[in-house]
Design a protein around this ligand. Structure first.
Ligand SMILES: Nc1ncnc2c1ncn2[C@@H]1O[C@H](COP(=O)(O)OP(=O)(O)OP(=O)(O)O)[C@@H](O)[C@H]1O
Ligand SMILES: [Mg+2]
Length: 302
């Protein structure tokens, strides 16, 4: 049994003129102590995956379990199982709460003892920061508070959704170092969601590449970065470091992105893929494996 098991996860949203499958059969396993990154362009389903694992988003098919317990909805106890760090620490911290109250809240809700001062120290903040309000902190300090709150109950799994996207470069490096140190010290598993492949390479043991609700490639970080099998992964790598917006992919992937409301059969990346052939349009590509690296592609690289 893995710490986190996502099997065939599907999430449908009704949108004007049809529905979007934000997740369309996603499988993911995460072991204790492991850091797995989820990458892919805007709209591929990364946040929906995080919200589903937290029980904030119901699945229309498939299942999610944490330590063998099925995730069926949000429960208060969940904070002890999954710690969550969102992209924007300003939006995720209540402006009326002092830092020490933010950090004490999960402990209070779980009726657990805990030491707010040592929690501050864990995330590299001085004790006197406890009496400050979020607006009196820098962006990096706020994100440290958000990380402290996520870790208050020492959950076995921590999810970070673009945790450094709102920070400047030097802060980004500090927060990444902090996450890596904490992950090593506590031995928790980390699911790290990001556009930024440079940071992914720095923190992750394994990488999962998503495209339009599906996982198209998965493997050890070094494998995926140095020998991508899926043309989409290769295009992502070529366009690094900035994937902030759709359309930032290099020429090889400049074709049209299909309308997610009306996906036909065949590979979803085919319209942008320079390796696509007739057979790519006919049926969904099955997954091929090479030394533990997996890709859903009929004509993989190499
Ligand atoms: N509440 C919602 N209602 C309708 N559609 C939604 C909703 N949330 C997400 N979607 C759609 O689901 C798809 C996946 O969105 P999601 O936010 O998970 O992507 P993402 O990979 O996190 O993108 P980003 O990198 O921009 O954060 C998109 O097509 C999005 O428009
Ligand atoms: Mg997102």
């Amino acid at each position: 049994m893995s710490l986190l098991e996502v099997a065939g996860a599907q999430v449908k949203f009704n949108v004007g003129g049809g529905h979007v499958k934000a997740l369309d059969g996603v499988d993911l396993r995460l072991e204790t102590g492991e850091t797995v990154a989820v990458v892919g362009e805007s709209g591929c389903g990364k946040t929906t995956l995080a919200r589903s694992i937290l029980g904030l988003q119901a699945l229309s098919a498939g299942s999610i379990s944490i330590s063998g317990q099925r995730v069926t909805g949000v429960t208060r106890g969940q904070a002890g199982t999954v710690g969550m760090v969102w992209q924007d620490p300003f939006a995720s911290l209540d402006p009326r709460w002092k830092v020490k109250d933010v950090l004490a809240e999960p402990l209070r809700l779980a009726r657990r003892d805990g030491d707010v001062t040592s929690l501050l120290a864990d995330v590299g903040l001085d004790e006197n920061m406890g009496d400050r309000y979020p607006h009196q902190l820098s962006g990096g300090q706020r994100q440290r508070v958000a990380i402290g709150r996520a870790l208050a109950l020492r959950p076995p799994l921590v999810i970070c959704d673009e945790p450094t996207a709102a920070l400047d470069l030097s802060m980004q490096a500090q927060i990444l170092n902090l996450l890596r140190d904490i992950q090593r010290e506590l031995g928790c598993a980390l699911l790290y969601i990001s556009h930024d492949l440079t940071t992914v390479r720095f923190v992750a043991d394994r990488v999962l590449v998503m495209y339009l609700g599906r996982v198209v490639e998965e493997g050890l970080t070094e494998q995926v970065f140095t020998k991508p099998m899926h043309p989409y992964t290769a295009a992502l790598m070529a366009s690094a470091p900035s994937l902030e917006k759709l359309g930032d992919l290099p020429d090889a992937a400049k074709g049209e992105i299909p309308d997610p409301r009306s996906l036909g059969s065949g590979c979803r990346f085919a319209s942008r893929c320079d390796r696509a052939q007739d057979d790519c349009l006919k049926s969904d590509p099955s997954v091929i494996e090479r030394e533990g690296q997996r890709a859903a592609c009929i004509h993989p690289i190499q």
